[in-house]
Ligand binder design. Structure first.
Ligand code: AMP
Length: 469
């Protein structure tokens, strides 16, 4: 089955056929580095991390490019508040972003991070070419893109001229049309400005991304991504710039957008003050729990952020690890029974189901359901067994690690848990009490053990214990 991707441009799921056969080029809008990143950012970057891991898993040679916006008004504003140089501030929060991405296991999937401030030459070149082709003009406040010159303006956000005109825009009599957007903003005072053929200033927001993308990926590439809020005006304007400049359509073959992380019905955002920094979330939950939490929702859908949902994800992850620990602790045998053979065949069949789910526009929820079904199947199979054929055992462990790796989960070392001597003594005492049908003592010991972080389960094969994480 081919991979299908929902394309914002056509509003359809389309068969994924990269421009260059097996080579895939992808650009994802990076952060504006004026503060620490929050979980809303994590939602988007983890989604693209999973998409990347999956496409690479399916054999595509994917090149992942991300820009870093380090020349924005927000950076200047914040640097003034803190009385430090804007570039110093930007570097500080860029570093903080990398730290978070590293802990979340996202950092290494990106091939190149490109700072806007280090691509001024490319930005100026694009603006000049747009002026030469009469798509852009110089006015008192800067260089602007004339949207009336590009008849496709609105095609990504599916808006007609009337709808486009409804967007609230600061009145500016120096522009030809209210909707024209800045390619270069004149600015003499700020530390964050550069010389250009039209005057000192800094780049507009949209031109940074097309300049960076053109340098590394060319004028047409496969996938462009970001949160839903970037469709308009950001991505719409990127299309106008690049397609008018190159004359080639489409600039991007598959436009993809992630749904928001929401808090009480509102987008998690700095401006709304309803955010949780990634760093703070990581104090309570580990990276795998956060990744599973996001993967439980399809990348295009909104997610409700609540601590309860995160705790639920932690429990689900623990369940999967318990299965792996149980398998891991079983004695491996050389001989294989007919039942084991049949189980192995059935189990390996789940891989295709997982792939089918992911092929369908990266349906992580359906793929996770397969992973949990696998876990249930394994648990059922091993309940009454103490030993397992060594190949079957390896297949089980490897497949969870392989498929889990696409979500960035189940990558921790599986260890046989050991009980300390005093806990072991209590477990034995409880077993003794149970044998004597002294339920009161058995219950008291169970409660005591629970407080010490050990849960007990009475099974037909005897007592199974688990150390709470
Ligand atoms: P920013 O630094 O605000 O430009 O955001 C960087 C990326 O994170 C963009 O792709 C945004 O769409 C995305 N983003 C920001 N907030 C959220 C959120 N609450 N949910 C999902 N993505 C978000």
């Amino acid at each position: 089955m081919p991979i299908k991707i929902f394309n914002t441009l056509t509003k359809k799921k389309e068969i994924f056929e990269p421009i260059n056969k097996n080579k895939v080029t992808m650009f994802v809008c990076g952060p504006t580095v004026y503060d620490h990143s929050h979980l809303g950012h994590a939602r988007t970057y983890i989604a693209y991390d999973i998409i990347t891991r999956y496409l690479r898993y399916r054999g595509f040679n994917l090149f992942f490019l991300m820009n870093i916006t380090d020349d924005d008004d927000k950076i200047i504003k914040r640097s003034k508040e803190r009385s430090i140089e804007p570039t110093k501030l930007a570097r500080e929060f860029e570093q903080s972003f990398y730290e978070d991405m590293k802990t979340l296991n996202v950092l290494s999937t990106v091939n190149v991070f490109a700072r806007a401030s280090e691509h001024i030459k490319e930005i100026i070149s694009q603006i000049q070419r747009l002026i030469d082709k009469s798509f852009a003009y110089v006015s008192t406040n800067g260089v602007y893109y004339d949207i009336t010159k590009f008849e496709d303006y609105g095609k990504l956000s599916h808006q007609d001229t009337e709808q486009l005109e409804k967007h609230r825009i600061e009145p500016d009599s120096t522009k030809r049309n209210p909707q024209d957007f800045a390619l270069w903003k004149f600015e003499k005072q700020s530390d964050l400005s550069w010389d250009s053929p039209w005057g000192r200033g800094r780049p507009g927001w949209h031109i940074q991304d097309t300049a960076i993308a053109e340098k590394y990926l060319g004028q047409q590439y496969d996938i462009h991504g970001g949160g839903l809020d970037l469709i308009f005006p950001h991505h719409e304007s990127e299309i106008a710039q690049m397609e008018s400049l190159s004359g080639k359509k489409p600039m991007v073959k598959y436009w993809t957008h992630t749904g928001f992380l929401m808090v009480n019905g509102e987008k998690m955002a700095k401006s709304l003050g309803n955010f949780v920094f990634i760093k703070d979330a990581l104090k309570k939950f580990d990276a795998e729990t956060l990744r599973l939490f996001f993967a439980f929702t399809h990348y295009r859908s909104p997610i409700d952020f609540t601590e309860k949902n995160l705790e639920q994800s932690k429990k689900s992850l623990d369940r999967l690890y318990t299965t792996l620990e149980n398998v891991h602790s079983m004695k491996a045998t050389k001989n294989i029974t007919l039942q084991e053979k049949q189980f192995d065949m059935r189990f390996l069949g789940y891989k295709q189901k997982f792939i089918d789910a992911m092929d369908d526009d990266f349906n992580t929820l359906e793929a996770l359901k397969v992973l949990f079904k696998m876990s249930n199947e394994v648990n059922k199979f091993i309940t009454h067994r103490k030993e397992l054929n060594k190949d079957v055992k390896e297949n089980i462990l490897n497949m969870f690690r392989e498929l889990g790796g696409i979500f960035g989960i189940l990558q921790k070392e599986i260890k046989k848990e050991e009980l300390s001597d005093d806990i072991k003594k209590l477990v034995d005492e409880r077993e003794e009490a149970r044998k004597k049908k002294d339920w009161k003592t058995a219950d008291e010991i169970r409660i005591k053990l629970n407080k010490m972080g050990v849960t007990l389960e009475d099974t037909p094969e005897g007592i199974k214990w688990k150390i709470k994480k």
